[in-house]
Every structure is written in C-alpha cells, then in structure tokens.
Design a protein around this ligand. Structure first.
Ligand SMILES: [Fe+2]
Length: 290
C-alpha cells in the first residue's frame, strides 16, 4: 500500500514510529508492525541492535535518536534530525511516557500543546486555576538559522506545575516547534532554579485524522519515581484528548477566519502561518474555493 500523502513536509521529515524500546528482542524473523501515513511498516533490529524498517517490500531509512525511532519515507536525501542537547546532559532523567492515540489531525495536537490560555479551564488545579486566566504578552518568532518556531518569555501561574511541585509557582515556559509534528516545551524546574525541564512531543501520524502522541520527559528530577511522572503526564493529556477529538474540522485551518484568535494565541497564529508558508496540506483543512 502506498503512503497516503505526497506532502513533502511529511515525506521529507523524519517521522517517529514510537519508542526504540519496542524493538527489544524483535528480530527480522518476527518483525513488529507500525502505522505511518496510511501505510503499514515492518520494524525489527539486527544482531548488532541497529533498527531496520521496510514498507511495500522496500527498505526505508530508520534511525534511533532520543530513545525513539525515526523513519524517512521520502525519495530524496534525509535532512538532519533536530538537535535536543538536553537529552545527553549529565544528570537528566529520561522518562518515556508512551503514546496516546488521538482521533484528530497531528497539527491540532501540536497547536494544543503550544497553547497556554486553556490551562485554567482544562487543567484546573495543576497547570492553571481560575481566576489566574490572563496570558501575559510573550514573544513568538521563527528562528532564521534553523527555521524552527520559538515562543519565549511565557509565564503563567500554576498551582501544581509538575508532579513534584509543592506550591503554586509562576512557571516560565519556552516552546519550540522543530518540525510540523514535533515540538518541545521548556519549563521552569520546580526544584532547581535556572534549569529547564523539557517535554518532547513527537506525533506519529497514522493518517490525516488519527495520530499517536508520544511524550518524552527530559527532566532535572531526582525525587519522583517514573510511574508518578508518567501518571501526571497521562492525567494532563487525558484532559486534552476529549477536547482535541471534539474540535471540528478535525483538520487544522491554516488561513481564513474559521477560528478567531486573540493576542494570547500568538504561538498558534505563528504556527499556522509557518505551516501555510511551508505549503503543508497533510492534516490541514482544505480552504473552500472563493
Ligand atoms: Fe492541555
């Protein structure tokens, strides 16, 4: 079966097919399957532990980075994968929170990840709390060197910013979009001033309206067990999932006035404009002809 899109933004990117741990003890004789862009892939590792991938009877480039598997489905040369230097920083806790299926466009999942304004209403008591609803002005720009979106100087009152946060704090955030379906959040570390915890969001597009959202924690955290850190993220994402799945259209409108925006949505409007300028069609709402 061919891939369901020719959108070069997706076909030329490295796309995740999940955590590398799924290939433990998986040989070529009994590969595992994974879904990507409407196609079925086979995955396995060789005797040296290197990952392999095939689709439609041909081998596809696959690499393991940040404990995740990344596949390149395009015909041209693969670009360099984004850098995440904190992953190799000594003392960091690396916790894979696994994947959560969401019935919507991956672009909607990334846009929601970038949104601060919904915290008091959707993540009441943890990431936000009424009446602390105001989003202070922040910056969002496209970094000319790497073409990535960076939103900086974001801050927001959070009653419980992470699983290990004791009291409410004015949490500082930075957001980064590396690829249309790959983003990272840098947030104040509650227990270590000056350090940033990193949450990676790696979206695996099964098709245009079905994804698996993978979450990887790269934390300065030395108190909590993995299970509590994972449970906190699953609670937060479990609050986002029904809202994401209720949004219509499922595919993200990139232009026009289908959805109104305010100043607090600067990151969202920057993301949509960035996608539009790149000519992204996969997971995007087709505009009606004038
Ligand atoms: Fe949320």
């Amino acid at each position: 079966m061919p891939f369901c899109t020719t959108d070069p933004n997706l076909r030329n990117d490295w796309l995740t097919v999940g955590a590398a741990s799924q290939l433990r003890q998986v040989s070529a004789a009994r590969p595992v399957s994974a879904r990507l862009l409407g196609n079925d892939l086979l995955l396995w590792q060789d005797d040296a532990g290197a990952p392999h991938c095939s689709a439609d009877g041909r081998a596809l480039p696959i690499i393991c980075r940040y404990d995740y598997l990344w596949v390149h489905t395009g015909d041209g040369p693969a670009p360099a994968l984004f850098e995440l230097p904190e992953f190799a920083q000594p003392g960091r806790r690396i916790v894979d929170c696994g994947g959560i299926g969401v019935a919507t466009s991956g672009l909607r999942v990334v846009e929601n990840f970038l949104d601060i304004a919904h915290f008091p209403y959707v993540h009441t008591g943890t990431l936000g709390k009424v009446p602390h609803t105001e989003v202070a002005p922040y910056r969002a720009v496209v970094d000319p060197a790497h073409g990535e979106i960076w939103a900086t100087e974001c801050h927001f009152f959070q009653p419980r910013a992470s699983a290990s946060a004791g009291d409410g704090i004015d949490a500082h955030y930075r957001y980064r979009v590396m690829q249309p379906l790959t983003a990272a959040l840098y947030k104040t570390c509650p227990n270590r001033a000056g350090e940033w915890d990193v949450i990676g969001l790696f979206v695996q597009p099964l098709d245009q309206e079905q994804v698996i959202a993978h979450i990887l924690l790269v934390y300065d955290e030395d108190v909590l067990p993995d299970a509590e850190m994972i449970a906190f993220q699953h609670t937060i994402f479990g609050q986002d999932k029904p809202i994401l799945e209720s949004q219509r259209p499922r595919r993200l409108p990139l232009t026009g006035s289908l959805e109104a925006h305010m100043r607090c949505d600067l990151t969202s409007t920057t993301y949509r404009r960035w996608l539009h300028q790149r000519g992204v069609t996969f997971g995007a709402h087709a505009q009606p002809l004038p």
